[in-house]
Design a protein around this ligand. Structure first.
Ligand SMILES: *Cc1c(COP(=O)(O)O)cnc(C)c1O
Length: 405
């Protein structure tokens, strides 16, 4: 089952929180060996796949949180961190979702997994499935960035480039899944993607605990005071599944009594693909589709498939929605590079959102802020080259060099 048989809405996976609370303490996770999302296995609704050991599937998640003190100072912020999801095995946040869906597919003995994708979800599914020899079928819009299409093909998925938008690919993949009995991973459709994505919230929580220091944690007073609660987290939004996943992760922790207040979740959409931001501003939960147009292909969505939960993620945490132009996204991409971070446009959009929130006075300079870089800049070098000036071509002589210097 994928969606509600009555209203067609998204389904949530409900954990047996009582059983988890009886068996586990926060320190049980902090002391686990896996430097990946699998360290949270007891909080996940799937087993680790057999044959997954020592494969890329075992390495999904576990991404670093990097400090950006120079960029913070330039923006006038007291503290700015970036969780770098480009370090995932296929170089985007989507590996978290695909790892769990692949695990789930093995549990229900599904032989073929299918997904529609703007590129990253497909690359992640293709890569995670390839890791354990599972078959994957991907529908992507034919104008997806070539690097992402190359990933799909290299991982050996069966790839169909749809002459249409992501939304067209989405509809076709649903029909194909039904017709051929394939297991469908689609974002905002399969409830297990959210369960993979929530692991980023667990990692942020764990990172904030580590900053508190072991001594304080040992006193057992961590729940009401952990700094995760004081964070404002910025994330780019297309279908709305990542922001909903973060919300689910923090809600699970709260329900377990391991997190006091929620961090604020801020969704950033491209101005040309802002169906969720529009509904949020209207104080509504009704999503009206748009004709999406943005160079940030990963968040270019006409009809977001996880819009209701995505709106609630911001509303219920005291967050908000912001829209940013393609020019602002490229500028943010250029801001990150000189700190050693190469983001794809959808990843840089989160930082563009921070700048917009500061400019509008929504974000206080004193607010500890964390942005998620959701994907690697190597996935879309065409966009990256628009964020920089071209390098001069010179004759291989010192004279030519001196002339330019
Ligand atoms: C998919 C994706 C997003 C947006 O996630 P949604 O769940 O669609 O909101 C953002 N950035 C990158 C790089 C992505 O691949």
């Amino acid at each position: 089952m994928y969606t509600c048989p009555t209203c067609g809405g998204n389904l949530d996976v409900a954990l047996d929180l009582e059983a988890i609370r009886r068996s586990y303490q926060p320190d049980d996770f902090l002391s686990r060996r896996e430097a990946s999302l699998w360290r949270y296995l007891p909080l996940l609704p799937a087993d680790f796949p057999s044959a997954g050991e020592n494969t890329p599937l075992a390495l999904a998640g576990g991404t670093p949180v990097l400090a950006l003190p120079r960029l913070a100072a330039r923006l006038g912020l007291e503290a700015l961190w970036l969780k770098d999801e480009s370090r995932n095995p296929t170089a985007s946040f989507k590996d978290r979702a695909s790892a769990i869906v692949v695990a789930r597919a093995q549990e229900i003995s599904a032989s073929t997994i299918v997904t529609a994708s703007t590129g990253n979800a497909g690359a992640a599914l293709a890569g995670m499935a390839a890791a354990i020899g599972q078959k994957a079928v991907i529908f992507a819009p034919k104008n997806a960035p070539p690097a992402k299409i190359a990933q799909l093909l290299i991982f050996g998925a069966q790839v169909f480039l749809v002459d249409g938008t992501y939304d067209d690919a989405f509809d076709l993949s649903l029909q194909a899944a039904q017709e051929f009995g394939w297991y469908c991973r689609n974002t905002g459709y399969n409830p297990f993607t959210l369960e993979g994505k929530k692991t980023a919230a667990f990692e942020i929580w764990e990172w904030s605990l580590a900053r508190l220091g072991r001594a304080k944690r040992a006193t057992g007073e961590l729940a009401p005071t952990i700094p995760a609660a004081t964070l404002t987290i910025f994330v780019s939004v297309g279908d709305g599944n990542i922001i909903s996943g973060l919300h689910k992760g923090f809600k699970d922790l709260q329900a377990l009594g391991w997190l006091g207040r929620m961090p604020r979740l801020v969704g950033v959409q491209a101005a040309g693909s802002a169906a969720i931001a529009n509904a949020f501003r209207a104080g509504d939960e009704k999503i009206t589709p748009v004709q999406a147009a943005t160079l940030a292909d990963s968040i270019s969505v006409d009809l977001p498939r996880d819009g209701v939960r995505a709106i609630r993620a911001a509303r219920e945490t005291g967050g908000t929605y912001l829209t940013v132009s393609d020019a602002e996204i490229l500028s943010a991409l250029g801001d990150l590079g000189p700190h050693g971070i190469f983001a794809e446009p959808a990843g840089a959009a989160a930082l563009a959102g921070v700048k917009a929130a500061l400019a509008q006075g929504w974000l206080s300079p004193a607010a500890p802020t964390l942005v998620l870089n959701t994907g690697s800049g190597l996935k879309d070098i065409r966009a990256a080259m628009q964020a920089v000036s071209a390098a001069p071509v010179i004759e291989p002589t010192l004279t030519a060099l001196k002339k330019i210097l």
